[in-house]
Design a binder for this molecule. Sequence first.
Ligand code: IPD
Ligand code: CA
Ligand code: CA
Length: 254
Amino acid sequence: MIKDILEISEIAGEIIRDGFGKNFQIEYKTNEKNLVTEIDKKSEKAIMDFIKKKYPAHAVLAEESGEHKKDSEYLWVVDPLDGTTNFAHGLPIFSVSIGVMKKNEIIAGVVYDVMQNIFYSAEKGSGAFANGKKIKVNGNDKLELSVLVTGFPYNIADAPDKAFPRFESLTKKARAVRRLGSAAIDFCYVARGVFDGYWEVSLHPWDICAGKLIVEEAGGLVTDFNGNAINIFTPQILASNKKIHQQMIDGLKV
Ligand code: IPD
Ligand code: CA
Ligand code: CA
């Protein structure tokens, strides 16, 4: 199955790369911050067509078209373009994120960093990879030596959920905090040992599914802000190299 997920990620990635920097239609979703482009929709259509053809019995949850229910133990969780704001504004940091669950457990996931041409992949129990090479979280155990990453939800103005005090707290404690704009890539940079930790609130299942497995298979830990186990529907996400996890939990208590 991982081969198929890689194949469809590549097809979707090509659609996105072809559209980058060109003229494309943009619509607003919930508000003027929350965009969807015609390329998000094209990418999702290609992914849906592929799944329907190869795995017609499987259920799908996709960001732009919602739930495609089936009486199946398999669920594909699809973000056809993670980092739409970056894409729409010409910043080359965005990805395709596809996770597959079996009986509520994530069994496989791919995040394709489109402009760097890096395929991050993982299958449950088999490790995590970037373009076929094994990746691991880093071994740093000091928050003050860490570079962290975070993101802010589109409804930040209405529901800040202590995002700014938390940002202030960890920015003061860590070496640096970055904000890239693609949750799936944020997870993968933790998995690869570039970032020591990542936190964000109000994420969606398609932002989380593939990235969570990739971090875990790279030896990292993904919980909520209290250290509790999460699922793809938990909007509070803390991912780290494990070693600085408790220090991040403490830093998020504001
Ligand atoms: C968004 C990105 C962003 C994160 C937002 C997400 P989208 O996804 O992952 O980094 O901060 O919370 O909604 O809308 O570009 O697919
Ligand atoms: Ca997303
Ligand atoms: Ca998206």
